[in-house]
Design a protein around this ligand. Structure first.
Ligand SMILES: NC(=O)c1ccc[n+]([C@@H]2O[C@H](COP(=O)([O-])OP(=O)(O)OC[C@H]3O[C@@H](n4cnc5c(N)ncnc54)[C@H](O)[C@@H]3O)[C@@H](O)[C@H]2O)c1
Length: 407
């Protein structure tokens, strides 16, 4: 009656897609496939379903297949789809059979990050009319676009706020106008600022301490306010220090691990701000994607704020440099520069809420994640750093690394 296809490990192991209908549990289920492609022949006509969940059942010595659920394909809009997180998210959604529309102005990210199947528009999110048009018929919006430059935001607040809180207001407006079912906002750990206790939990009062964190938190408040007034579902993801392939590594203003790898691959010493004893957790992108998927689809999450990423392996920037140097077999002698204003010393987010809601577990260790990033950057080739953004405030506090273009 039907053939089942697409039995790749990826499609079989996606817990987000496990069948919710468990009525077959008295049958002898041998194997379950979620997210499979099924072709059914009806009166000589082929019907193709991309998102079926199938159980292989043994009964009375006979093997049969039962389709337990066909998931409806959704149209999903991703802002910042040429970016690191946006492009990985697009891949995962496409793999589940959804349609993905995406936009990016390419101020960050790379054009070749965008998966071929994405309906892509190179456009700035600041244009309300355009956003209104692009969101037509979309069920879910993932808003990842941002100039996510925490350290730089103290020196280029105009640029960072424009591409954080300002565009958020535009996108939320377009989503409400288009009756989008759910808006998932990618906030940042910068919302927490410095807290008395580490790791940070979602119930702590945000105390952002730089324009980036303030603009991220302002976006959250705008989303909460407008969603409650106009009845749109929303969820806030709080990722922190994600690493992995496709992250921009020729950008002197952000992504500490990528910068260090790019420098060491060029035979150059990494630059560390302050004493290097600032501590962070780093999560591998694939460990975060499953949580992000569930934020778009799982019921009962309206209004939730959820940290995304591990709370294990809380390490200093000095230790990070050491680990990368070991993986590259590099003779490490870091260059220390004065600390940057407003940098938070200890920052890590508790993953307990994600563990409880999504069964989150860290699958990729820091060393494995860094190795994967090293392999990616090696394959692409080390690159000269591009000073592509304006320093809006230049004074004695502006790091020399940027003023004098030391990277
Ligand atoms: N990567 C991390 O470690 C991390 C940690 C915490 C939070 N976040 C958040 O996750 C989101 C994605 O981060 P990322 O690391 O993928 O960043 P990224 O820079 O790789 O991706 C962001 C994308 O947004 C695009 N963009 C920026 N402003 C735009 C605009 N006005 N119009 C259209 N496109 C625009 C950029 O060109 C870029 O491709 C951001 O909102 C960031 O604040 C990331």
């Amino acid at each position: 009656m039907f053939q089942e296809e697409n039995k790749s490990a990826d499609s079989l192991n996606n817990s987000a897609d496990q069948p919710s209908d468990q009525t077959n549990n008295q049958a002898n289920i041998q194997q379950e496939f979620s997210n499979a492609k099924v072709t059914i022949n009806v009166d000589g006509k082929e019907l193709i379903f991309n998102n079926a969940n199938i159980s292989k059942v043994q009964s009375n010595g006979q093997e049969t297949f039962q389709i337990s659920q066909l998931r409806k394909k959704k149209r999903i809009f991703i802002t910042g789809v040429a970016g690191f997180l946006g492009s990985h998210l697009a891949d995962a959604l496409l793999k589940q059979g959804h349609e993905v529309v995406g936009c990016d102005n390419l101020i960050g990210g790379y054009m070749d990050n965008v998966p071929d199947e994405v309906e892509f528009y190179q456009v700035d999110c600041r244009y309300l009319n355009t956003m209104n048009k692009l969101m037509k018929g979309c069920d879910i919006v993932y808003h990842t676009a941002c100039t996510a430059y925490e350290g730089l935001s103290v020196f280029s607040p105009h640029l960072v706020c424009q591409n954080t809180s300002q565009i958020s207001a535009t996108l939320i407006t377009a989503a409400i106008t288009n009756k989008v079912k759910r808006f998932v906002y990618c906030s940042s750990m910068a919302r927490y600022g410095t807290q008395d206790v580490v790791p940070f939990t979602e119930d702590m009062t945000p105390k952002p301490q730089d324009p980036y964190g303030i603009a991220k938190y302002a976006s959250e408040l705008l989303l909460k306010n407008l969603s409650e007034v106009h009845g749109m579902e929303y969820v806030i993801a709080v990722p922190h220090n994600i690493i992995g392939p496709r992250q921009k590594y020729d950008d002197p203003y952000r992504n500490v691990a990528s910068i260090m790898i790019n420098l060491m691959l060029q035979g150059r010493q990494p630059i560390i701000y302050g004493d290097g004893e600032q501590k962070r957790c780093f999560s591998f992108v694939e460990d975060d994607i499953d949580c992000l998927l569930q934020l778009g689809f799982k019921d009962g999450l309206n209004g939730e704020i959820i940290n995304i990423g591990p709370d294990e392996e809380f390490i200093s920037i000095n230790e990070l440099a050491k680990t990368i140097a070991e993986l590259l077999n590099f003779d490490l002698k870091p260059i220390f520069m004065p600390g940057r204003p407003q940098e938070v010393k200890l920052a890590s987010c508790s993953a307990n809420k994600a563990r409880r809601l999504f069964n989150y577990s860290t699958k990729v260790t820091l060393r494995e994640g860094l190795q994967s990033m090293i392999d990616h950057i090696k394959a692409k080739g080390a690159k000269k750093f591009r000073y592509h953004l304006d320093l809006e405030i230049i004074n004695e506090k502006t790091p020399k690394t940027w003023k004098n273009r030391l990277f």
